[in-house]
Design a protein around this ligand. Structure first.
Ligand SMILES: Nc1ncnc2c1ncn2[C@@H]1O[C@H](COP(=O)(O)OP(=O)(O)OP(=O)(O)O)[C@@H](O)[C@H]1O
Length: 224
């Protein structure tokens, strides 16, 4: 589904943050992306979301080498990927319902066609009672779930999440993890960036470990 070949990334004239990074994300796979703070997890997610270009190496996404894509094709490809940002990025003047429906509205879809789907997703993430309130009155965990729902409403083939359990208590973190696992079982590939060991211990998934600019892939069998 995604393949990185000897990818390197530096910001401006700075040092290489990522060096010779090579790995595959198979279809229907579930993996944690882990490593110390500053190792480059967010940078790698931005490369996967195609909002950052590698300074060297090749990235194949859905069987296309991304440097060959036009702006339009890049935007089309990005539509197949959902992302949950570390800082949520909800719009404070829109209700929870409107925030989650926004990607569909932007695509020009008719509300009559998507309304029931948005409401169902809101219930699925446990925000059924909060759909008419504005983000500033949501708790951290509720904002987190709203950000996840907004990423899911477009039914992405690949879901990326940056520290999605960073602001929630352990019980909610487990619940969110179950939600990602359920999503993966329904066919979406999932990448969760986290440095929360206790979260990773809850589910025996692949781990992409980032350290010193390199990625090593650990399959569950190799560390259990
Ligand atoms: N826009 C930028 N311009 C310059 N340097 C950057 C930029 N974004 C990140 N960096 C640097 O790249 C390195 C990797 O940062 P990144 O945010 O990807 O790490 P991370 O593993 O996600 O960290 P954390 O776990 O603390 O969120 C850091 O040294 C950071 O200072």
């Amino acid at each position: 589904m995604v393949r990185f070949e000897n990818v390197g990334l530096r910001y401006g004239m700075g040092p290489e943050v990522l060096r010779d990074v090579s790995f595959d994300l198979p279809a229907n796979s579930f993996q944690f992306l882990t490593g110390p703070s500053g190792a480059g997890k967010t940078t790698l997610l931005r490369l996967l979301f195609l909002t950052l270009k590698p300074t060297r190496g090749l990235i194949h996404t859905f069987d296309q080498e991304v440097s060959t894509l036009s702006k339009h094709a890049l935007a089309e490809t990005r539509r197949r990927i959902g992302i949950v940002f570390q800082d949520f990025r909800l719009l404070d003047h829109l209700t929870t319902y409107e925030n989650i429906a926004l990607p569909l509205r932007v695509q020009g879809q008719d509300e009559a066609r998507y309304r029931a789907e948005v409401v169902e997703l809101l219930h699925w993430v446990g925000l059924g009672e909060r759909m008419h309130v504005l983000p500033p009155v949501l708790s951290g965990g509720e904002k987190q779930r709203a950000a996840i729902a907004r990423a899911l409403i477009v039914r992405p083939e690949l879901l990326l999440a940056d520290e999605p359990t960073g602001n929630v208590d352990p019980a909610l973190a487990r619940r969110l993890l179950r939600l990602f696992i359920e999503l993966n079982r329904s066919g979406t590939s999932v990448v969760i960036a986290t440095h929360d060991e206790s979260l990773m211990e809850l589910f025996p998934a692949r781990r992409l470990r980032l350290e010193d600019g390199h990625v090593t892939v650990q399959e569950p069998a190799s560390w259990s």
